[in-house]
Design a binder for this molecule. Structure first.
Ligand SMILES: *[C@@H]1O[C@H](CO)[C@@H](O)[C@H](O)[C@H]1NC(C)=O
Ligand SMILES: *[C@@H]1O[C@H](CO)[C@@H](O)[C@H](O)[C@H]1NC(C)=O
Ligand SMILES: *[C@@H]1O[C@H](CO)[C@@H](O)[C@H](O)[C@H]1NC(C)=O
Length: 317
């Protein structure tokens, strides 16, 4: 974590390589395990995505960019959002010092991935990367961006307004939009989404700057579907190797990654009767399905069962 310290006292070019130095060569990418050649990092992320595609993406694999050849430099017709996104995610992995502490498997599953659940597959990464880069580049020099938590909360404070994001719309919360509006581009074009849509857009924004993020939630408060569902995001903290949670600002303001109890829903009442919690994954061998409240019979999105974590954390609030 020496790099974070160096960054904190630097002039704050925001984790960009002149502020903190990687010991990796320019054709290498740094992960927690050390330097990996960019070609090999691309190949192994490609293999991870390809071998875990849900059936609908398998059918569309060529459109997503999966061909027999894994050469990153192919002509335009061979590009797809998954493989182009992989390339852009490797740029972020090289650029942002906080990403260097990510284990390579965490990068592959939670940064390099092009989708969280079954949202429409769209080319969000170039446009969102431009927005988040603008946000970080324009950060006042007094902004503390020395830890992943700092960056997450700064991006959450800036990305929902056109003035600071440069995106086409302000994004606000509007209930009951899933599954009409929940892929990141629809959320931007409409300018609103409910919890799933703002969570996906927020998680994608974090992924665009090399922060591992995933969608989390419950399909049924207190185990009763009539009580409704909710989604938020989890962020991987390299300092502890743990996942912490919060909502996108349009859905819940003033929340932090460090205090579970600052969320309105993290309370013993909401945990009662065994409320279950899940986080979305991409690894099809996870052994758990992520329950999508809008598509409960669809068991193809892998998940993590996070019930024990939330029951423990929120029953203490
Ligand atoms: C992948 O990245 C390399 C290096 O940044 C670049 O030269 C190449 O054009 C990229 N390929 C695609 C398909 O984006
Ligand atoms: C976004 O919201 C701001 C106020 O926060 C407002 O001035 C601006 O016109 C809005 N932009 C759009 C595109 O609606
Ligand atoms: C828990 O379940 C019991 C029995 O069904 C019910 O009476 C009670 O209201 C439930 N509590 C909550 C918080 O939903």
């Amino acid at each position: 974590m020496v790099r974070f310290t160096a960054l904190a006292i630097s002039t704050l070019s925001i984790g960009i390589s002149d502020a903190a130095q990687t010991s990796c060569a320019s054709d290498e990418v740094q992960f927690a395990e050390g330097c990996v050649s960019r070609t090999s990092a691309y190949q192994s992320a490609y293999d991870f995505l390809y071998s875990n595609l849900p059936s609908w993406d398998k059918t569309n694999k060529q459109s997503l960019g999966f061909h027999d050849s894994v050469t990153p430099d192919t002509d335009g017709l061979d590009d797809g959002i998954a493989t182009l996104g992989l390339n852009i995610s490797l740029d972020a992995q090289q650029k942002f010092s906080w990403a260097w502490d990510l284990p390579q498997d965490i990068y592959q599953e939670y940064v390099a991935t092009y989708a969280h659940v079954n949202e429409a597959r769209v080319d969000w990464r170039p446009i969102i990367t431009t927005a988040t880069s603008t946000i970080l580049d324009n950060a006042p020099s007094t902004t503390d961006l020395s830890t992943v938590e700092d960056v997450v909360s700064y991006i959450n404070s800036q990305m929902w307004h056109t003035e600071t994001s440069g995106l086409i719309n302000n994004v606000t919360f509007k209930s009951s939009q899933t599954p009409l509006i929940y892929d990141p581009m629809s959320t931007l074009v409409y300018g609103y989404a409910s919890c799933t849509g703002v969570s996906i857009l927020f998680a994608d924004a974090l992924k665009s700057v090399g922060i591992a993020a995933r969608v989390s939630g419950t399909p049924a408060w207190n185990g009763a579907y009539e009580n409704g569902n909710h989604n938020w995001i989890e962020v991987y903290l390299p300092e502890t190797g743990e996942w912490a949670f919060m909502e996108a600002a349009p859905a819940g303001g003033g929340e932090t990654l460090s205090n579970p109890c600052d969320k309105w829903f993290c309370s013993p009442t909401k945990m009662a009767n065994g409320t279950q919690f899940f986080s979305s994954r991409f690894d099809s061998n996870s052994g758990v399905a992520y329950p999508m409240a809008w598509d409960l019979e669809n068991l193809e999105v892998p998940g993590d069962d996070r019930t024990a974590y939330y029951q423990d954390a929120c029953n203490k609030c």
